[in-house]
Design a protein around this ligand. Structure first.
Ligand code: OGA
Ligand code: NI
Length: 339
């Protein structure tokens, strides 16, 4: 049977199509709760300190959280509220927007890539293209009636934060501030509003299995009350504790490629829990389709290294990414220069 939305549907037990084989289960008791990814204060007056902290986090974790990030509390509170309202709509209303075709620019879907995967994931998601806003916002949901205004405003604020971070990441690599942004071109912006309903058997399945993000930079707003995001660090899964007023930032595959492997697009996953639904809002900054992803020459000569990856366009990469299932090898492996 094909998977359809799970939010708002009652499941007394986990349907078999969501059950992972023993060897692939999340093993929640093995997850480390002690360490956390760095929390970086972007309001700090010492810019060189911010850049150093960002560089260290990108190299050692591929993930960090930011506070005093400049996105207004109002924008954050409103999008969380309207996202909850959206997923509380009746199933029939949500199904009007349902599609499992990844090429659609607006769709409500479930799991990850329903047509490619063998086991489903305990997640529904609304996926939106967000840039340019005047092109895409008119196709977004019209219920709740405030949805388009609230999400548009949030998208604009988050985009500015993303650019600031890309500048800092560029500087942390000893490149000009605008160097990475220049390679990425007129960046696209996508959003996934993820909704993970309470799950009857969280040990047997995932909200999202381990994956890396195919884009340049991801800015994640996660539910404060319910944790679930985990990051692979030195071979161990580490739970990211939700930090009040923070965004979780991670580097996508394109920044790993552009840094010539110096920075990592790290495996991460979302697990579910038995008691509470969890919501997250992921904003993805993506190179423009025609961007030629090729590590800046400065990075290669100064570190006495050769290029690790072939040059490719983002359009080529994105096509490859969606042709696969999530829990396979790192998609960048397909773009390595073989010697
Ligand atoms: C994603 C993602 C994690 C989360 O949408 O790519 O990794 O906690 N989400 O929802
Ligand atoms: Ni992700």
């Amino acid at each position: 049977m094909e998977a359809k939305v799970i939010s708002g549907v009652h499941f007394p037990s986990l349907p078999s199509s969501y059950i992972r084989p023993q060897s692939e289960r999340p093993n929640l008791s093995q997850v480390s709760e002690g360490d956390n990814v760095p929390v970086i204060d972007l309001g700090c007056e010492d810019r060189s300190l911010i850049i150093k902290q960002i560089g260290d986090a990108c190299r050692d974790y591929g993930f960090f959280q930011v506070i005093n990030h400049g996105v207004s509390k109002e924008a954050v509170d409103k999008i969380l509220k309207v996202a909850h309202e959206f997923f509380s709509l009746p199933v029939e209303e949500k199904m009007k927007l349902y599609s499992d075709d990844p090429s659609k620019t607006m769709r409500l879907s479930t799991s990850f890539n329903v047509k490619k995967e063998t086991v489903h994931n305990w997640r529904d998601y609304l996926r939106l293209h967000c840039y340019p806003l005047d092109k895409y916002a008119p196709e977004w949901p019209s219920i709740p009636s405030s949805f388009r205004d609230i999400v548009s405003n949030y998208c604009m604020e988050v985009r500015q934060l993303g650019f600031r971070l890309e500048e800092a990441i560029s500087e942390s690599l000893n490149l000009d501030k605008d160097s990475l942004k220049d390679v990425l071109g007129e960046q696209g912006q996508h959003m996934a509003i993820n909704y993970y309903p309470a799950c009857p058997e969280p040990e047997l399945t995932y909200g999202l299995p381990a994956h890396t993000d195919p884009n340049a930079l991801t800015i994640l707003l996660q539910d404060l009350q319910v944790s679930g995001l985990q990051v692979l660090k030195d071979g161990k899964w580490l739970a990211i504790k939700p930090h009040p007023d923070a965004f979780v930032i991670n580097l996508g595959d394109q920044l790993q490629a552009l840094s010539n492997g110096k920075y990592k697009s790290v495996w991460h996953r979302a697990v579910v829990n038995a008691n509470k639904a969890r919501l997250s809002v992921a904003s993805f900054l993506c190179p423009c389709d025609s961007a030629n992803i090729s590590a800046p020459k400065e990075l290669i000569t100064t570190s006495c290294e050769s290029a690790i990856y072939k040059d490719f366009t983002y359009a080529e990469y994105y096509k490859k990414f969606w042709s696969r299932n999530l829990d396979q090898d790192h998609c960048l492996e397909h773009f390595k220069i073989t010697t």
